[in-house]
Design a protein around this ligand. Structure first.
Ligand code: SF4
Length: 317
């Protein structure tokens, strides 16, 4: 009997770094886990704690119940607010109902809320650059009375915007936007309103910035980019867009089961990254699936080192 050995095709994998969980996501997930540990199940979570299907399913199995509105929670169980932040009316309602609530809003989102409040108190008209309907945008706009914040999504919106007083304007942004798109919108606003007050340090967070930077570096060398992340995750969707803009074919997938090997036909180098809400185990799952078919040469592409961590709420620390 003779064995015929067929050489497997080789594939270079460029692993973007940093990728995956950021400090805000780490903290938000830990808050739900600790709350279940401390108060027992069920613990209610208002909105997906972070926008990732796998994270949500795992926490459900541990005893979390996900709802969209506070009124769906019984008053005698703890409720966690998601990392994206909530309008001021939400904690106010929880207090009025004497509920125990834990706020998992990322401190970098809270920072934008504080900025919005300062501009408002200084009497400035506020422009928020962001995506309509995203919970972070709903939460940030909900820090202030209705009508005090105007949402701008595009350069065209910036061109069409008519302020009440052009000399007394400020802008803030969502934390998970495309760095490059936002720079264009900001430039359009500044060209029209040179006095517009800008954030001291930009609102797009370090994790979003670093993940996009890493994708740009990887995209220079790869034919296809795989982004692990859910379709409702703003920063994951942006990573795929950044990859496409840099000239690579990019696919967003929830996990290895979403990988279509036909995408890799004739491909020598594939880039892999993960959105800030996607667990590293999903990256490993894709690498395992690729290794079944190819001889892999894995190379990590380091764009930045991250050392940011956030404290837990005192009651859970
Ligand atoms: Fe916070 Fe940025 Fe992570 Fe959002 S992506 S949770 S703003 S660190």
């Amino acid at each position: 009997m003779s064995h015929i050995s067929v050489a497997r095709p080789s594939l270079t994998v460029l692993l973007a770094s940093p990728r995956g969980f950021c400090a805000g996501v780490d903290r938000a997930i830990l808050i739900v886990e600790r709350a279940i540990g401390r108060y027992g199940a069920p613990v209610y979570v208002r909105h997906e704690i972070v926008h990732n299907r796998h994270v949500v399913e795992r926490l459900k199995a541990l005893g979390a119940i996900f709802v969209e509105e506070l009124e769906e929670c019984p008053p005698d169980r703890p409720v966690v607010f998601s990392a994206h932040g909530v309008p001021k009316a939400v904690p106010a309602e929880a207090r009025a109902r004497k509920m125990l609530f834990l706020d998992a809003t990322c401190p970098l989102v809270s920072k934008v809320h504080v900025e919005a409040g300062r501009h408002f108190e200084a009497g400035r008209e506020i422009v928020l650059i962001g995506h309509a309907g995203h919970p972070e945008v709903v939460g940030t706009m909900g820090q202030l009375p209705e009508g005090s914040v105007t949402l701008i999504e595009t350069v065209e919106d910036a061109a069409a915007f008519t302020p009440k007083d052009a000399a007394n304007l400020a802008f803030i942004t969502q934390t998970t936007l495309s760095v490059d798109d936002t720079a264009e919108i900001v430039a359009a606003l500044k060209a029209r309103f040179p006095q517009i007050a800008a954030p001291h340090k930009e609102d797009i967070c370090y994790a979003t910035t670093n993940r996009q930077e890493a994708v740009k570096t990887v995209a220079e060398r790869c034919d296809v980019l795989l982004v692990l992340g859910s379709a409702n995750s703003s920063n994951s969707v942006r990573l795929a867009e950044v990859g496409r803009r840099a000239g690579t074919r990019a696919y967003l997938l929830d996990d290895a089961s979403g990988l279509n090997l036909a995408w890799l036909e004739g491909v020598a180098t594939v880039g892999v990254t993960a959105g800030a809400s996607a667990p590293e185990m999903l990256v490993q799952g894709v690498l395992d699936r690729l290794a079944e078919r190819f001889d892999l040469a894995i190379e990590e592409i380091d764009a930045a080192r991250e050392t940011v961590t956030f404290k837990l709420p005192k009651v859970l620390a």
